[in-house]
Design a protein around this ligand. Structure first.
Ligand SMILES: Nc1ncnc2c1ncn2[C@@H]1O[C@H](COP(=O)(O)OP(=O)(O)OP(=O)(O)O)[C@@H](O)[C@H]1O
Length: 280
């Protein structure tokens, strides 16, 4: 059997074992999710759950349905079948506002920042849902709105310190190198004080050093703020290093779910990455 980087063949497992480290109760549950676009079944009867405080990776070859799954979780896509349970509600589809207002934040595969705005102002946009005063008061920047803005700025400054981006706080993000833009995007999501952070390929396009920095920030966010993290990532070294549990998709189906060690030894997973033809 040929070797696939990051994988070693051994036993087969398709049920998620709990990680060694202590994680909490189930905070997000997806059951029998199906999503199609015309004739393409992007997600086919996929179920998995996410526990409080864990780092949960979704991996799989190109086109496996990973981004579609994140889009179902934050309500951008509506599944045709299945249910999503979150914040005490079981829904046939997530409402994007319900997701955001109950603490689900997201970063994107292709950076989605305001390129002409500074790092600081981009991070402030992450506070919008937390602002109590309406547009009129915010525009006047007076009285209660001014006090509120000071509090939001103070919170954003803590995020800036945490991510070590003080030196670029006034720089328009369009002028920043790619790795730093990714860090600012993480900062904007953190500014929302999320309970669940969805990261879509946080290391894409980064060099080795930038990947190490980003891995450290993800682990620090998880440890220091207790933020639950669901991430899609193609770099298997990173996934296996930082994740507690990994769900594997291939052609829209779940083919494995378990700890990094279980998944890397799963023959279905090895075959999927080698491109072994599948039945269907
Ligand atoms: N908005 C859409 N319209 C039509 N087809 C779509 C749409 N979004 C996703 N798909 C299709 O659904 C399938 C799964 O795509 P998805 O982007 O979820 O995969 P992925 O695992 O994230 O892939 P990659 O690793 O390449 O980003 C693909 O065949 C894709 O072309």
């Amino acid at each position: 059997m040929a070797a696939v980087q990051g994988f070693e063949p051994e036993t087969v497992s398709d049920e998620a074992e709990l990680p060694d480290r202590e994680v909490g109760e189930v905070v997000l549950k997806l059951e029998n999710i199906e999503l199609g676009f015309g004739g393409v079944k992007a997600i086919n009867d996929v179920s998995f759950e996410v526990r409080k405080g864990e780092i949960r990776a979704i991996i799989g070859p190109n086109g496996a349905g990973k981004s579609s799954m994140l889009n179902c979780i934050n309500g951008f896509y509506k599944p045709q079948k299945g249910t999503i349970t979150f914040a005490g509600k079981t829904m046939s589809a997530m409402d994007p506002h319900f997701a955001a207002s109950n603490g689900i934040a997201r970063t994107f595969q292709n950076i989605a920042l305001f390129r002409g705005m500074s790092t600081l102002d981009n991070l402030m946009t992450g506070r919008v849902l937390k602002m109590n005063r309406g547009f009129f008061w915010q525009a006047l920047r007076w009285g209660p709105a001014q006090r509120e803005e000071i509090e939001h700025r103070a919170f954003v400054e803590t995020v800036i310190d945490f991510l070590e981006i003080q030196s670029i706080r006034r720089t328009p993000v369009g002028r920043l190198p790619y790795g730093l833009q990714k860090r600012v995007e993480l900062g904007r999501a953190l500014a929302m004080q999320p309970s669940i952070l969805l990261l879509d390929e946080p290391m894409a396009g980064m060099n080795v050093e930038e990947k190490q920095d980003m891995s450290r920030f993800i682990l620090d966010v998880n440890e220091e703020f207790g933020t639950t993290i669901v991430l899609i990532e193609h770099d298997m070294g990173v996934v296996m290093d930082i994740s507690d549990r990994v769900v594997v998709l291939d052609y829209g189906r779940k083919i494995a779910d378990g700890t990094p060690d279980e998944v890397r030894r799963n023959q279905n997973v090895i075959d999927a990455y080698l491109g072994v033809p599948h039945e269907d």
